[in-house]
Design a protein around this ligand. Structure first.
Ligand code: SF4
Ligand code: SF4
Length: 180
């Protein structure tokens, strides 16, 4: 298994982790930090090459992409991008946590975009809940019906003309991330 730090350095912007002064501004801003490892801790563990602990844990998947860490970092490091790059490595290595459903949500989302050229929300939530917890979908029933009645969540997918081009872009992105 290769050195995690070297792989992170190879990610665009990844070399920024060397500039981290462990000030904790990112962690203080992070809405997910109290539920798992904070961005500051993860950067410290990347530098300590704690590959297994990071990639097989739940913390990466708690990132809500709010970008607060990124806009507030005094060293212009981009922890958000790092979190998602580490998620890609976890998926590529087949070690992502079995306790999180986020990778399945991402895959369901991408498949919806590949099939339609855009997200079809009704199909996305139906497939996701059928593969995870169909009973949990009942809690969303009221919201779903309200969206349906206002025409905000059509049952039939509307495919766009340029979906082949969208698929090409996504295939390229997945090849670059090594998650195809
Ligand atoms: S805010 Fe920036 S410098 Fe401070 S701990 Fe987070 S990543 Fe490191
Ligand atoms: S972008 Fe992710 S890691 Fe950064 S503060 Fe938001 S939730 Fe935390």
């Amino acid at each position: 298994m290769s050195n995690l730090l070297e792989e992170v350095y190879a990610i665009p912007g990844g070399e920024g982790v060397a500039l981290c002064i462990q000030c904790g501004t990112c962690s203080a801003s992070c809405p997910g930090a109290d539920r798992g490892l904070s961005p500051r801790q993860i950067i410290g563990m990347v530098r300590a090459d704690m590959r297994e602990e990071i990639l097989s844990g739940d913390s990466l998947w708690l990132c809500a992409s709010c970008y607060l860490c990124t806009v507030r970092c005094p060293r212009d490091i981009r922890p958000t991008d790092l979190m998602h790059a580490l998620e890609c490595l976890a998926v590529r290595d087949g070690v992502s946590s079995k306790r999180t459903r986020t990778p399945l949500m991402y895959r369901t989302f991408i498949n919806s975009v590949i099939n339609n050229g855009r997200v079809h929300e009704a199909g996305l939530v139906t497939r996701f809940y059928m593969r995870t917890n169909p009973l949990a979908a009942l809690k969303m029933l009221r919201l779903g019906l309200a969206l349906l009645s206002h025409g905000r969540m059509p049952l039939r997918a509307r495919k766009i003309n340029g979906r082949r081009a969208v698929r090409t872009i996504l295939d390229k992105a997945r090849a670059l991330a090594g998650t195809q």
